[in-house]
Design a binder for this molecule. Sequence first.
Ligand code: F6P
Length: 324
Amino acid sequence: MERIAVLTTGGDAPGMNAAIRGVVRTAVAEGLQIFGIEEGYHGLLHNMFKPMDAASVGGIINKGGTILRTVRCADFHDPKVRKIAYDYLTDSKIDGLISIGGDGSRKGLYTITKETGIPSVFIPASIDNDVYGTDYTIGYDTAVNVGLEAIDKIRDTAASHERIFIVEVMGREHGFLALEIGLTGGAEAILIPEFMKDLDISSVARALNTGIKRGKNSSIVVMAEGVGHSADYAKKIEKATGMETRYSVLGYIQRGGSPTAFSRKLGLTYGYSAVMNLKKMKKGESKMVGFSGGNYICVDLKPIINREKKVDSYLYNMNKILSI
Ligand code: F6P
């Protein structure tokens, strides 16, 4: 293997730059030529390759976002369009590929290897933490801490005004982020798409009223965006509890900012490990680096590509006890 390329795809996540640094500096140290593909799979379709060296990743370890930029590229689902990308990969003589992104990005990378034989390694990075096969994605820890900081501030107003607050966090399909923020922020209720039966207002109100009866003068409800609109929930909860209820949508604030130490360390280690594994891989092989059960891992993508990660119901149920 002589020439490899790296790209970032899907939603940006804090720590992606640390991962790019890990990939580029390791590639240089291993004597490989390294190219960055700007704007993810969209850039691959438009020949946006640029040579990188150790200096091109200087001063980025502490920066959120991605210096390679990212685009959600629906066109890549079309085999005719993918063929264009494959021609550019051949022209640039790329013999190994690394993609940094979320679950959709992983499927894209797996398809590239399946259709071209170019060996690839996937680096999981998403604030949602919804990638099967790894306990942690790059950026998740930073987003959790941004959410926590927001809750700690909102709590001051909630307590001073004796209000219920709904805090809406990101997570269109999954509640990993909401569960972690809610649990560690001491939320009285956590609403996530995985536990639909708990989403009806009467059961949320029952939980909140238990606290109110024992003297709580304020409460925090954390909800994932995939559950619905926090404004609607606020109105319904106010009606059901009789307590003034407000809402706050954290939105894209959670995706940006300087990565935490943990997000940086994952980025650097996943980046390093991706290159060290890639250079030993054969044609047709596709793998993922990650962290599982306390160890850094590198596993075959094939058996896990269609598996869905599940939220930890143990933690979810534990919060119901601890939040009373
Ligand atoms: O990166 C994941 C995520 O933040 C989801 O939680 C969210 O629903 C989605 O991206 C929104 O992303 P965009 O608006 O960039 O498509």
